[in-house]
Design a protein around this ligand. Structure first.
Ligand code: WQD
Length: 323
């Protein structure tokens, strides 16, 4: 199977899980953000997903029949400042990739999609029947790819599972893989930075929302659970399952203050933070209805916020110690 973006955060955890399950995997990654040492026990081809000659040659050499497509830009804010970069990388280059893969014999695909395709959901928990209503260019690129998947099914017979990730977080429990915090603007890496480095206070974006403690609510999903959802998606497709869009979340929402408290429990010290203005475009609360994933893929999350925060803390601490 070809895994694009397999040297990245979610991709590398998934590659590892697939290899542990005995799957044959080849990774294609530009290494713009990925790290070669994050690719465990699989060959790494360095190059661009839109390089059709390279994709074709790789598919031929490794006998690829399935595609798992992680490679994408994922910063919501950046996508609004530089939309062309997102249309080009996430949509146009994906088309080059998928066309080359289909021509080389790929008939099944798992796509990294996003809960952001729902925009601000009218109701929580969010089911897959909720309207698709992107609020950023990034989200629109994912929604567009989902639509493309449908048409690739109709015109080329490609069967696909689009996994709508909620808030991926945490690190591998053996401390080998985790999420780089260098460029991250996500809550959990920033909370870790605040508690471990102490050189920057965490900013809490608003505590006057209409939620129990006033802060926004999200569904944090452990990256190893996410990896498991990918494996289950492959099994589903191999069993002849039809194209599907599936939420990948725990079904439990956690507030920003709950994340801070969980971090403090693990670290045994206070997280330095300031409450600042609300961040533009933040939905008040979003978390998944996880039943469709259970029914379709036979998958449900095993871990909760404590495991996410503990594994993230351990991993970031080890990175600080070795840097
Ligand atoms: C989480 C909460 C912030 C940083 C992202 C993507 C989205 C989707 C899920 C994949 C929010 C608050 C954050 C900080 C804070 N994934 N926060 N201080 O925006 O929910 O979603 O992952 O595609 O597309 O955008 O994640 O980690 O930025 O924020 O208070 O410094 O933490 O307001 O409530 P988000 P996040």
């Amino acid at each position: 199977m070809l895994v694009t973006g397999g040297a990245g955060y979610i991709g590398s955890h998934t590659v590892r899980a697939l290899r542990e399950a005995g799957r044959a995997v080849v990774v294609l990654d530009s290494l713009e953000f990925g790290r070669p040492d994050a690719v465990i026990d699989a060959p790494l081809v360095v190059g661009n997903i839109a390089d059709q000659e390279l994709v074709t040659a790789t598919c031929r050499e490794y006998g690829v029949t399935q595609l798992m497509h992680f490679a994408a830009y994922k910063s919501v804010g950046e996508s609004m400042e530089n939309p062309t970069r997102y249309w080009r990388n996430n949509v146009a280059r994906s088309i080059e990739l998928i066309d080359a893969c289909i021509d080389a014999g790929v008939s099944e695909m798992v796509l990294s999609s996003s809960c952001s395709v729902y925009g601000t959901p009218a109701q929580v928990p969010v089911t897959e029947r909720a309207p698709i209503d992107p609020e950023s260019v990034y989200a629109e690129t994912k929604a567009t790819l989902e639509r493309l998947m449908t048409w690739y099914g109709v015109t080329k017979g490609l069967r696909s599972v689009s996994l709508r990730y909620f808030n991926a977080a945490g690190a591998s429990f053996d401390g080998r893989l985790g999420e780089e915090w260098t460029f991250s603007l996500n809550l959990i890496p920033l909370a870790m930075k605040a508690v471990l480095l102490g050189d920057r206070r965490l900013q809490v974006f608003g505590d006057d929302y209409d939620t129990p403690d006033g802060t926004c609510i999200r569904d944090y999903i452990h990256v190893e659970d996410l990896a498991g959802a990918h494996h289950k998606s492959l099994e589903y497709l191999a069993d002849g399952g039809g194209s599907a869009q599936v939420n990948v979340g725990t079904g439990t929402g956690s507030s920003v203050f709950e994340v801070i408290r969980a971090t403090e429990r693990v670290a045994g010290q206070a997280v330095p933070y300031d409450v600042v203005d609300r961040r533009l475009g933040d939905p008040v609360a979003t978390y998944a209805a996880p039943e469709h994933a259970e029914q379709t893929l036979g998958w449900s999350a095993r871990y909760g916020l404590d495991e996410i925060v503990r594994s993230a803390y351990e991993w970031h601490r080890s990175q600080v110690a070795t840097s």
